[in-house]
Design a protein around this ligand. Sequence first.
Ligand SMILES: NC(=O)c1ccc[n+]([C@@H]2O[C@H](COP(=O)([O-])OP(=O)(O)OC[C@H]3O[C@@H](n4cnc5c(N)ncnc54)[C@H](O)[C@@H]3O)[C@@H](O)[C@H]2O)c1
Length: 255
Amino acid sequence: MTIKDPMFELSRGAALVTGAAGGIGREIALGLARRGPGVVCIDRAGSDTRSLVEQIRREGGAAIACDADVTDEEAMAAAVAEGERSFGAIAYAVNAAGINIAAEALEITQAQWSQVVAVNMTGILTSCQAQARAMLRHGGGSIVNIASMSASIINHKQDQVAYYASKAGVKHMTKSLAAEWAERGIRVNCISPGYTITPMLKASEETLAGFRRMTPMGRLAEASEMVGPTVFLLSQASSYVTGHDLKIDGGYTAW
Ligand SMILES: NC(=O)c1ccc[n+]([C@@H]2O[C@H](COP(=O)([O-])OP(=O)(O)OC[C@H]3O[C@@H](n4cnc5c(N)ncnc54)[C@H](O)[C@@H]3O)[C@@H](O)[C@H]2O)c1
C-alpha cells in the first residue's frame, strides 16, 4: 500500500500562467499541467503558446492558448473567462510575463521607463486583479508573481534602473495584495529567480562565466527549477504562507 499525501497536489480547477511562451512561464505551465489543473497559457499576440499547448495535450494534460497583453484589462478578464469556461474555477495563477530594457539612469527615456513599468508592474497588478476577481467567486485561490533577485539587490555591473525598480515594485505589491486578500481566501506570494537560462538572459559567455562565479552553487538556473518552488507556493503545502518572496538564486544573494 502506498501512502497518499495531497499536500503538494494541485487538484482544483484551472490555472492561469502569463508569459507562458517564455522560458520560465513555459516550464511552469508544463509543470502545473502535469499536476492536474487545466492551464490557460497566456502571452502576447504572436508568441508561441500553441506548441506549448500541443506538448501539454500530448502528455495527457489539458491546456488552451490565449493571446492577451497583461496590461490590457479587458484582454485579461477575457482570458480568465475563457479559463473558467474551459476548466472551471480558477484556483491557481502564475504571473511570469516580464521585460527588461537595459538602459542606464542618465540615458533612459521616459518611454523606455514607462514600457518596463507598464509590463512588469501594471501588468502584474492587472493580472492579479482579474485572477482575484475570479477566485473570489469560487472560495479563493493562490497566486505566484515572478519578481527577481533584482528586487532585492542590484546586479553587478548592469545598469538597468527600470528593471530593478519594477521588480522591487512586484515584491512589495505582492505583500500588499497578500495583506488585502488574506481574509478573503487568496494567498499571494512571489518567487525571485537568480540568473536563469532563458531568452531573457542575453549575455556573452564571458559574462555568463562571471555570473557563475558570483553564485555560490557555481551555475545558472534551469527554467525548470522554478517549478517546484511555484508548486509549493500554489499548493496546500504552503497554506500559511502569504506575502512571501522565495528566492531561487543558487545562493547568489547570500554572498
Ligand atoms: N531569466 C532570468 O534570468 C530571470 C531572472 C529573474 C527574474 N526573471 C523574470 O522571470 C519572468 C520570466 O522571464 P523569462 O526569463 O522566462 O523571460 P522570457 O523573455 O523568456 O519570457 C517572458 C515572456 O513574457 C511575455 N511578455 C512580455 N510582455 C508581455 C505582455 N505585455 N503581455 C503578455 N506577455 C508578455 C513575452 O512574450 C515572453 O514570452 C520575467 O518576469 C523575468 O523578469 C527572469
